[in-house]
Design a protein around this ligand. Sequence first.
Ligand code: P6P
Length: 338
Amino acid sequence: MSRTTLTRFLIEQQRNANVLPGELRLLIETVARACKTISHAVSKGALGEVLGSLDSENVQGEIQKKLDVIANELLLDANEWGGHLAAMASEEMETIHLIPNRYPKGEYLLLFDPIDGSSNIDVDLSVGTIFSVLKAPDACAGREVTEEDFLQDGRQQVAAGYAIYGPQSLLVLSVGTGVYEFTLDREVGSWVMTDADMQMPQGKCEFAINMSNRRQWSPAIRRYVDERVEGGAGPCGQDYNMRWTASMVADVHRILKRGGIFMYPYDHRNPGKAKLRLMYEANPMSYLIEQAGGAATDGFIPLMDVPATGLHQRVGVVLGDKAEVAAVVAYGKEMETA
Ligand code: P6P
């Protein structure tokens, strides 16, 4: 069977689908190459002295894992000299990262969570890298890029994807023409296509939520989850399974492959308080889920319509199976207005 590598896929997207300008192709290839290096670092574990935490906190107030910083530096170093970017932003950096004057600048903005799910690193569970690509506003041409230039809603994304470092290392991405999965062939060092034009299965009975946060949930979320826990004896009339990996990349990948719904809702006790970040977690995952035929909301409106007001803005996330997401939104409307 002839293997389609990432390079061939991107060249064919550029030639046939005419959706991939050369600089965007270079950007994706560069990110993919950095993810290979991150995969190698992750797989070393204790032998590579990459486990454990540092004494530092990131802008989120979270203790940084060694791999958080290693992966962040790898992505910055890989991307700053290529001439395809105007600037970068990362979960691990308080402010944006400008392209040094010694390098040419391009028309794209790259945002990333270098290691998502990093609490899993030290216990050998899957973690990943999430990335989102925006175009720099035309106004940037004559001036320095600012944080405000990044504050675009999710519909403005021109590409998004994630790498997942698990039993296999996978790269899942979209440039707006469907979702494609590549598996890292470690012997050759290539990303090889293993799933083309992914469409997430609908009607599957599996939900993902951190049940220990029940006290934070709105009445609508409690009702939705309680009905699924009741299963066949309850109003939804069938048994559901539950999974929670505390790694968004792993949970979303499972949903893309076998269906279900992922929820990290707003904290009902503090309006607007949430855990996941809009710009480099929720928006890129929403882009992929919608491209694969699913739905992605903050529990109320489509996630990619949520206005961007801050680089590290947090947002509620309810995404996956269209009917299940619609049920959560309907309960919110019904109970919110009750
Ligand atoms: P909790 C990982 O830290 C993360 O940002 C997501 O990857 C994951 O879905 C969530 O937080 C896990 O949060 O509260 O269950 O540990």
